[in-house]
Design a protein around this ligand. Structure first.
Ligand code: KG4
Ligand code: ZN
Length: 339
């Protein structure tokens, strides 16, 4: 039997300072997240400079807490993993500087992880044997992509958003509905009290056969709807607006994911990224998967939003093929998702 591989992963790409310790890509020994939501809420969004400063304050105690929770000392680690992009450059650099110093001091390999690959590997953390090839819908605050996962080393982007990411659309619409940051989960809560069929907001299917997405038209339609109601003095049911907006996003995401799975003849479907925490999306995709005869895997909501356990899992598969990074690894804010 192979000896156990213990990886410490660090994630600071946006507004969560996170550290996790995962053994063999599946056994989570610690998963610590210091959220900055309260700090950024009064600005209505993440302020990059403030995020970097908070990461600097949090990184040492968050890693110390992860080590203590796992009951480990640094010498018990086999590798140090870190997110190096995409994300806010100043935020990424804090995690990177810490991870590189630690890897150097311990003389252990450094593993650079793509943030979106981390989101995808939240799926393998929870379901290590999910059948491949899989069609993976990655929906986060910054990205919306359909990814064909052939194997752990071979993947291909089938479609992506041409404008706003799904999470970004949730956040922007939540803001015009007067909901606090971060808007996605707040909008979901409000939508539960509304009628998803009350308003027929547009669905951007794009040209025939396209697996790309577009959400900016839908966002504008919601803004126009509210503007028009205000001008004409019509009363608006905000829960209906939230529910109808959510239904439009979910319908397009689910339909295109099933199309992608069918076209590529995949054996399963995986949902990933912060928006994957949305229960309407989870339910609708599960139902569509059942109808198509395809198993749908949705990691638990806490693993869908930003965390370091998913980064540790992605890093484990890189560790197995000795995909290590040099100690001059730099932050790449717009790092593309390739193999
Ligand atoms: O993956 P993530 O934690 O960070 C990024 O990498 O962007 O995703 C954050 C995004 C935000 O836009 C947030 O509003 C959205 O995911 N989100 C949700 C829900 N939970 C988080 N959107 C809709 N419904 C939710 N329950
Ligand atoms: Zn993320």
């Amino acid at each position: 039997m192979e000896p156990a591989t213990t990886i410490l992963a660090i994630e600071t790409s946006c507004d969560e300072t996170a550290a996790a310790i995962v053994i063999n890509g599946t056994e989570v020994r610690a998963n610590i997240i210091a959220s900055q939501i309260a700090t950024h809420r009064r600005f209505g969004g993440v302020v990059p400079e403030i995020a970097s400063r908070r990461h600097m304050e949090n990184i040492v105690p968050v890693v110390a807490e992860a080590m203590a929770t796992a009951g480990l000392s640094f010498t018990g680690l086999d590798a140090v993993a870190v997110t190096y992009g995409p994300g806010l450059v100043g935020a990424l650099l804090v995690g990177l500087a810490y991870a590189k110093s630690l890897a150097y001091a311990l003389d252990k390999p450094l593993i650079g992880v793509h943030h979106l690959l981390g989101h995808i590997y939240a799926g393998f953390l929870q379901y290590p044997h999910l059948p491949l090839p899989a069609a993976c819908l990655v929906v986060s605050g910054g990205h919306t992509s359909l990814v064909y996962l052939e194997s752990h080393t071979c993947r291909r982007i089938l479609g992506a958003t041409r404008d706003d990411a799904a999470g970004e659309a949730f956040d922007k619409v939540a803001r015009v509905l007067g909901l606090p940051y971060p808007g996605g989960p707040e909008l979901e809560k409000l939508a539960r009290e509304g009628n998803p069929r009350a308003i027929n907001f547009p669905r951007a299917w794009l040209e025939e056969g396209s697996l790309d997405f577009s959400f900016s038209g839908l966002k504008s339609a919601v803004i126009n709807y509210l503007h028009h109601a205000r001008q004409t003095g019509t009363e608006v049911n905000l829960a209906d607006v939230a529910a109808s907006f959510q239904a439009a996003v979910v319908e397009v995401l689910v339909t295109k994911t099933i199309q992608a799975a069918r076209r590529m003849a995949t054996r399963s479907i995986l949902l990933a990224g912060g928006v994957a925490a949305n229960s309407s999306l989870r339910q609708e995709l599960a139902a569509a998967g059942r109808e198509a005869g395809l198993p749908v895997f949705c990691p638990s909501p806490a693993l869908c939003t930003d965390n370091a356990a998913m980064i540790a899992c992605a890093a484990y598969y890189q560790y197995l093929r000795r995909d290590f990074a040099p100690l001059d690894l730099n932050a790449i804010p717009d790092l593309p998702l390739i193999n």
